[in-house]
Each structure stands twice: as C-alpha cells, then as structure tokens.
Design a protein. Structure first.
Ligand code: PLP
Length: 617
C-alpha cells in the first residue's frame, strides 16, 4: 500500500477504502514518501489504536496503527518505509474507548485527543475546526483517517468494533465539507467497513456521503463550472447549496442558512418533507411516467382531490407555472370562439401592468417589464394590458372581443403588490356582467401562501379559471394545473392540448400528498398569523432605509428607499445566514416555508432588521 500511494501523481488526492485500520500504516507512510515529509493527520476513531507490541492484549496489529505511524512499537508496522508522523500535528477526534497505556503513550508524545466528552461539550463543528488547525499547522499538507466505528453504531452498525454513543453521521458529513476548501488536503482514508454486516447498504451510503463531502468540488469551482457550461440567463448569489431540511439550507462549505425565499414560494412545506419524499420515492419505484396515451392509477385520484379541494368540476394537469398559464389562455380563447361567439382570430385577453405569468413568448408578450420582452418579439396579437389595482380600467378595456381577464390576486414577482381592498371582488363582478372569464393566477399565492388556501378568498372571489403551480409539487418536482368548470374546460377535445409529462403518476402521487397535507395541516393559518407578526416586527423596527413593508400571509415584501438597493440587501443577508433575493421595485422578498415556527421567524426577522439598519447606501 505504501509503495502504491507513494507512486501516485503529486497532485492526486487518494481515497483509501479499507477494512482493518492497520491499512493506515501503508496509507500515511506512502503519503509521507510522496510528499517528502510527514503529513499532519486527523484520526477520527472511537479507539486510540495506539497499543504497542508490549501493551497489546490480543497481539493483533489492529490496535497498533496510530502508534506505529508515530514510530512506536512493532517494527513490522512502525518500520514501513516513510517518515513517522509528527505528534504535534496529529490529533484524534471521537475517541471513547481506550486502555490506559494507549492514552499515556499518546499524551507523552503530545497527540491532542478530542474525546466524545469534549465533543458533547463543545460540539463537533468547533472541535473539528481545532483539529484541522492542528493538522494544518505547518501548511505542508495533511490527511484524514476515518474509522467508521467513530460513528454511532445505531446509524452505522457495519463495523468490527462498535462502541455506543458515537458521532452523528450527518454532523460528521457536514464537518467534512470544510475539507473541500483546503488545497493542502492530501488524502482521505475510510476504514473498518464490514460489507457482510451492511445488508441494507446504509453504511455504504454514508461512506459515499463522507467521501463526497470531503472530496467534492468547492463552491468557487462549482460556480465557475456553471458559468462556463451554462447559459447566463440567471445571476445567482454566490452560494452553492447542497442540502435542505425544513426551513434550512446548507452550502457546500457546511454553512447553514435560513431559507426566506422558498424557491419563489414553491417550497411551502419545507425542504424534504418526509411525507412528500416518501410519496415521491415510493411512486418512483412503482411507476413514474406513462404519458397520457394511457390511464394511470394515480392521476384520477389526484384530479378528484384537486377538484374537491378547490371546488371546480375539472382540472387539467401540466408541469410548470407557465404551462398552466398557457393552458388557461388556450382555454379562454377557445371558450371565446366556441361559447361566447367571438369572431375567429379576434379574441382578446386582458392582463395587468407589472404582471408575472412566466417566460414563454406568448406570456412575455403580456409583460410590462422591458427586459422580459426586449429581443423576443414579435408577440401574438390579442393581448392587452391595463393598470393593476384599477377596476375601472378593466371595465373600460373590455370589448365584445374580450374572452378573459388574467390577474394575480397579489403580484409576486412584480414587487409583492397587494391591490386595493375590494379590487378583486369588483373585477369579478365586472367580468360576470360582461361575460368575460376571470382567471386567477395563483401559482405563487395559492396553497396557503397568502394566509388563505387561495388569495382570492380574501375577497370571497371564486374565479372562473384557477391556475396553480409551484407548491403543488411539494418543492420536489414541477406540478401545475388549470382548474375550471365544465362550461370552460369542455372546450378541449382530444388532441387540442397536452404535455408528455403533464399529470404523470409521479407528479400525481406527490400532488395528492400535497393536497392531503394541506387539508390536514392548514398551513395558511400559520402563514396568516406569522406573516402578520413578521410585518409588525419589521414596521416597529422603523428602519430608515425602508419605504414600506407589505404583503399577505408569508408573502412579504420590504420596499427600500431608492437611495438603497434591495439587491445589495440580499447580499448582506446572505453573509448573515439568510437566503433570499430582491424582486422588482427595489423590494426585498421574505417568503419562508409556511412550516416555519414563530421563534425561528422572529430570529430571522431580527437579523433582517439588524442588517437593514446598517445597509450601505
Ligand atoms: C404568478 C406566477 N405565475 C406564473 C409563474 C411561472 O411559473 P414557472 O416559473 O413555474 O413557469 C410564476 C413564477 O414565478 C408566478 O409567480
């Protein structure tokens, strides 16, 4: 082993996967020979592995590799060619079982031992930081040797010598992420795996996770790769997330952030909700995709539940928000020709200034945002725009050719704009009077986000057509739908409209579970209460840079004075562990998952207020 490692290219970072920890004698002597000097070493282990030939109880070399690497004991191991470790740059993490002779030897040599008692007291993150400082002291390279028995055997039972109460594997994986940023990291060794005890592969999955955490590319490298190979149609903040749980996200350096963005309101139930993940994985293993050329046993159940939940006779499932909007537009036009009697090719649809309904050519044809349109014309005819929040403007714009009015009950991407009280109810009345379909785009506001199941409920409005998306996929996959009664939806005949993935069994299974969760947990109640508290807290803070705090439920916008930049405020918040973005009109968006608890939200709001109070101009 030592010979093979020593012969590796100077810039290779070997991953040694082993059984008995005695293999370490070869790994680290080989590393020392390749480098021309001894590496620093973090030894993660339940045991000290530091018997010598005179103190070992079994005579087995298993208990000796660390002592041997330090140049002590049995010549068969200690004499493997290569330089011995420097005890001052060697440390042990996670120890909880040793013979007195071992500890005496290591303490005499000056090896730092971070035992489990210390880890319990200080936390693994702090201990691991100290361990790295010891191993990296001279800046001439270091490695990490992980004996899997350092972990809690309840989580990783497939080891030879389990010891109760070890490290939490998730915490260790997070700690190992720190190695990605270390360009003096020389090698990783993971040992004591017993495949014969790992029937369900749990231990192997953790091994893969540990190796990936330590050896994966760092944030800068990943961002650069995306820049080199991706289109430049987004400008993400400089953070690379690798894991999410509930309201929290972790980046590739292991740093935790509070998610105040929820992927543009799509992650309402939090990241990785166990019931949704179960629905997804179980269905993925059964049947994921059939196309609508056939029936599946999942879609009918989803459709029935969708209609029952929102009170419509029919639902048409597609994937993304824009597809559901396109579906609504097609339904409205065809309804205009076949039911309302508009002359062929003449149908009009009215939308609002400041809208956001997606990015297809038809939909950006509606947009009042220049960048969304510039360079993408010509756009289809028959699309008109009126000011948002002005019901008189709607009445004035309607003609006999008007098929539908498409509106967001709260404009999300437009800057979290809440229309004047009574607006939606008046629009509904005007549409009814003129025989125009009222179509509500609740892709962002729906499913509890605004403090009601649907934002239209704030004004007691039942639109003729309802567009849902984002949170309908549980933050796991794209699921969207257009809902309407038969009088509208029955304009579609087989072949009129479709999508290969729309209504697939996987989406239907997740969507069905989302609807079950909605009914059982009523997340809009939390959104209503906590959204009110969040806005009150931010208003009370009376921040000089803030022009207005607005929104409904947990869709909150903080509009900044033009002397300040909402984009800059999002960068400052990221540095303080809050992940969110600005949106149009110089607005900072605050839209955490609806499952957030009061204390976490209050702490998050404290950080937001503190950050905004010292925001540079
Ligand atoms: C109100 C509204 N409609 C439609 C869309 C488009 O959804 P998607 O990005 O899934 O196409 C969005 C996206 O932000 C939205 O906020």
């Amino acid at each position: 082993m030592a010979d093979r490692i020593a012969a590796l290219a100077a810039d290779a970072v070997p991953l040694v996967l082993g059984g008995d920890h005695a293999v370490a004698a070869g790994t680290w002597r080989g590393i020392a020979r390749r480098a021309g000097h001894a590496p620093g070493l973090v030894w993660v282990d339940a045991h000290l592995d530091s018997h010598t030939a005179t103190t070992t109880h079994s005579g087995n070399i298993h208990g000796m590799p660390l002592a041997a690497l330090l140049g002590e004991g049995d010549a068969a191991l200690a004499g493997v060619p290569g330089l011995p470790l420097d005890p001052a740059r060697t440390c042990i993490v996670g120890a909880r079982a040793w013979e007195p002779e071992e500890r005496q030897l290591l303490e005499r040599l000056g090896v730092r031992i971070f035992d489990m008692a210390e880890i319990a007291r200080r936390g693994l993150t702090a201990v691991f930081r100290d361990a790295l400082a010891i191993a990296r002291a001279q800046g001439s390279g270091f490695g990490l040797s992980l004996d899997l028995d350092a972990l809690d055997p309840q989580a990783l039972p497939a080891v030879t010598c389990p010891e109760a109460s070890g490290l939490d594997p998730r915490e260790l994986a997070d700690a190992l992420l720190a190695l990605r940023g270390c360009d003096d990291f020389l090698a990783l060794e993971i040992v004591e795996y017993r495949p014969d005890l790992d029937a369900d592969g749990r231990c192997a999955r953790w091994i893969a996770e540990f190796a990936a955490a330590a050896l994966g590319p760092d944030g800068a490298e990943l961002r650069d790769k995306e820049r080199r190979h991706g289109a430049a149609n987004y400008a993400p903040l400089p953070v690379v997330f690798q894991r999410g749980e509930g309201v929290w996200l972790w980046d590739v350096a292991g740093r935790r952030y509070l998610d105040m963005m929820s992927a543009y309101s799509a992650v309402s139930f939090g990241h990785g909700h166990p019931r949704l993940v179960r629905a997804l994985t179980e269905q993925a293993q059964r049947l994921a995709l059939t196309s609508r050329a056939f029936f599946s046993d999942r879609l009918p159940v989803f459709l029935e539940r969708l209609c029952a939940t929102f009170g419509y006779e029919r639902a048409l499932p597609v994937n993304t928000g824009l597809e559901a909007v396109e579906t609504a537009l097609k339904a409205a036009r065809k309804w205009g020709y076949t039911v309302k009697g508009i002359a062929d090719g003449e149908a009009e649809v009215i939308a609002c200034d400041g809208n956001f309904h997606g990015r297809s050519i038809t939909i950006v044809g509606f947009s009042s945002h220049r960048q969304y349109r510039d360079g993408f014309g010509p756009f289809p005819p028959g699309l008109r725009r009126i000011p948002y929040g002005d019901a008189d403007a709607l009445e004035a714009a309607i003609t006999p050719r008007t098929a539908a009015f498409l509106v967001e009950p709260i404009q999300g991407e437009g800057g979290i704009v809440v229309p004047p009280a009574g607006y939606l109810a008046r629009c509904a009345e005007i549409c009814r009077r003129h025989g125009v379909l009222l179509i509500a785009d609740e892709v962002q506001t729906g499913l509890g986000r605004s403090g009601r199941l649907l934002a239209c409920e704030h004004e007691g409005v039942r639109p003729d057509g309802l567009i849902l998306g984002k949170a309908l996929g549980g933050g796991l996959l794209p699921v969207s739908a257009f809902l309407a009664d038969r009088a509208v939806m029955d304009v579609f005949r087989p072949g009129d409209h479709g999508s290969t993935f729309g209504g697939n069994p996987l989406a239907a299974a997740v969507g069905t579970e989302v609807l079950a969760l909605l009914a059982e947990t009523r997340p809009w109640e939390n959104a209503e209460r906590l959204g009110e508290a969040l806005r009150a807290q931010l208003r009370t803070a009376a921040l000089p840079c803030v022009r207005e705090v607005r929104g409904r439920g947990l869709l909150v916008g903080v509009e900044l004075d033009p002397a300040f930049s909402a984009a800059r405020s999002a960068e400052c918040l990221l540095a303080r562990g809050i992940a969110t973005r600005d949106t149009n009109r110089n607005v900072l968006r605050l839209a955490p998952p609806l499952v957030i608890d009061e204390a976490t939200l209050r702490e998050g709001a404290d950080i937001v207020a503190d950050t905004l109070s010292s925001l540079p101009r």
